[in-house]
Design a protein around this ligand. Structure first.
Ligand code: MLC
Ligand code: AMP
Length: 502
């Protein structure tokens, strides 16, 4: 392998770990088989050989929508190694949503989980990675392994992750190699990662949580993870006695608590249960403690910033608080005029540090709007710090619903539903949901009442199904303020018990 001078390619740091852990088990799979570090990185080098054969250059984009499997992880790592920009897409994204990402990023290589339908033309040839046994994987493995690591600098982008916007148009958040490395190193220290740790990895690998937080902690520490294809409670509980850490969204903990099999035998060896991506209710935190005698460690993050705060490993973990700013990350609370608020005053949360992204892909204006003049990123989350410095999130300035840890931007869905025949206007809101935390609801004014099935059918080809409403409420008109803006807070109040369990 060529010796590379000190550079910031994050892959370089990950690869150093391999040298000391060649035979160590890295990925433990659902069927009981495993991949060592050596196997994962050999496969990565074959993918690098494949990317090279496609004439890929540094900073080219590679768009990927494929199911979770070891080869998909190797493809991600190969993109880091080659200095190309990895662009993951949610596995439930529709052809229309993929098309948008393809047009926006103009990738050199497109890898999908299924053959596109004859009606779909992305304007670029695509490769199909449907499973570990598929033809594409054999083709990749037949390429000679390529092990050179491209040199990257601070500003170079490692990945673009799409997040929808309050205005409806999805934005690509550009994350640099430095963003990824600094966040991973800080998290390993904050969570006291141990050589013997084994992570239960059940998250999808197209978001910050599953792709960066979870995978980087494991790879950078040379530890092991159960790499589950999907979130499967039975598998998780079965493997839990042979694991030490779980990372999940609050829905994971809500569902675990409903399982009889989630017993002392299952969780007694677990060192750490981490929750994030959505608010963890005090009720879930307390019920979990009553059942297990363990306190879930809640942390807070965003696509644009990676992780921002965390409850402490050793100190008190407080229900309802997302903890303290991570080392090297500055968090401040500001009022509407941009002045810093004192303790206990609610304002917008702003963040600065090596974790904060480089901007939105090809949207310099939007990027400028989201930063203050002194380079803090405006999160759109509302919260306060208490006098100890603990951060509490109390709401969102941005119009966003978080359902089971997945974001749904109302503007995107409202614009589509407006196009339905007979619809005069509609509002998308999130109301408390016993499983997903928040459930998406559409409140609609229409000539004739509209059914939930009709709404979902209409949206089917347009947006991923987790964004579809779980209920439709027909009303005569929507409450508005003097400016003509829909008063969503009133709607949320009116329908707050819609999904209440009896
Ligand atoms: C699935 N469905 C959802 C949903 N997930 N509906 C609303 N909200 C969700 N989160 C719907 C599907 O569209 C489908 O509908 C049906 O449920 C069955 O799909 P499934 O895939 O079988 O569901 P399930 O396995 O139960 O998935 C639930 C879940 C999953 C909670 C396990 O959503 C999940 O893994 N969430 C984690 C997301 C995540 O990683 N977030 C991190 C973002 S990063 P139909 O109609 O087709 O039947 C971030 C930053 C940070 O936020 O701080 O971490
Ligand atoms: P995303 O755009 O998918 O990265 O979602 C980021 C958003 O998720 C944040 O801006 C918060 O609104 C929310 N979020 C993440 N973690 C937490 C948490 N622990 N508590 C409350 N909200 C959270």
């Amino acid at each position: 392998m060529d010796k590379v001078e000190a550079d910031v390619n994050f892959f370089h740091h990950l690869h150093e770990v391999v040298a000391q852990n060649r035979d160590k088990k890295c990925l433990l799979l659902d069927d009981g088989s495993y991949w060592t570090y050596e196997q994962l990185f050999q496969c990565t080098f074959h993918f690098a050989g494949f990317l090279r054969s496609q004439g890929i250059q540094v900073n080219d984009r590679v768009v990927v929508q494929c199911e979770k499997c070891p080869e998909a992880l190797a493809l991600y790592l190969a993109c880091l190694q080659m200095g190309t920009i990895y662009v993951p897409v949610n596995t439930s994204a529709t052809a229309t949503e993929i098309q948008y990402v393809v047009e926006d990023t103009e990738p050199k290589v497109l890898v999908l989980k299924d053959e596109p339908s004859s009606l779909t033309n992305y304007g670029i040839d695509c490769f199909v990675l449907s499973s570990s046994e598929c033809e594409f994987v054999s083709q990749v493995r037949s390429h000679s392994a390529y092990s050179e690591i491209m040199i990257r600098s601070d500003a170079d982008i490692a990945a673009i992750l799409y997040t929808s916007g309050t205005t409806g148009r999805a934005k690509g958040a550009m994350l640099s190699h430095r963003n990824l490395r600094s966040n991973a190193e800080t998290l390993l220290k904050t969570w006291g990662w141990e050589r013997t740790d084994v992570l239960l990895h059940a998250l999808p690998i197209y978001h910050v949580h599953g792709l960066f937080v979870a995978i980087h902690c494991v790879l950078l520490s040379g530890t092991s993870m159960w790499f589950f294809r999907t979130f499967d409670l039975e598998q998780i509980i079965r493997r839990m006695p042979h694991a030490t850490v779980l990372m999940g969204v609050p829905t994971y903990y809500i569902r675990l608590l409903k399982e009889q099999g989630f017993s002392h035998k299952a969780f007694k060896a677990m060192r750490l249960f981490i929750s994030g991506s959505a608010p963890l209710s005090e009720q879930t935190f307390n019920s979990f403690f009553d059942r297990t005698d363990k306190r879930i460690l809640e942390r807070y993050g965003m696509t644009e910033t990676g992780m921002i705060t965390s409850n402490p490993l050793k100190g008190e973990r407080v229900a309802g608080s997302v903890g303290f700013p991570l080392d090297g990350v500055a968090v401040r609370i500001v009022d509407k005029e941009g002045n810093q608020s004192s303790s206990d005053w609610v304002g917008e949360i702003e963040v600065k540090g090596p974790n904060v992204f480089a901007g939105y892909w090809r949207m310099p204006e939007k990027t400028r709007e989201e930063f203050t003049t002194d380079s803090y990123f405006k999160t759109g989350d509302m919260g306060y710090k208490n006098d100890e410095g603990r951060v509490f999130i109390v709401g969102r300035e941005k119009d966003l619903v978080i359902s089971g840890g997945l974001n749904v931007y109302p503007a995107e869905i409202e614009t589509l539903i407006d196009e339905m025949e007979g619809v005069e206007e509609n509002a998308i809101i999130g109301v408390p949901h016993p499983d997903f935390g928040e459930g998406v609801v559409v409140v609609v004014v229409s000539e004739e009442p509209i059914t939930l099935d009709a709404v979902r059918d209409f949206l089917r080809e347009k947006v991923a199904s987790y964004k579809h409403p779980k209920a439709v409420i027909s009303v005569g008109d929507l409450p508005k303020n003097a400016m003509g803006k829909v008063q969503k807070n009133l709607l949320r109040q009116s329908y707050s018990s819609l999904f209440e369990e009896n």
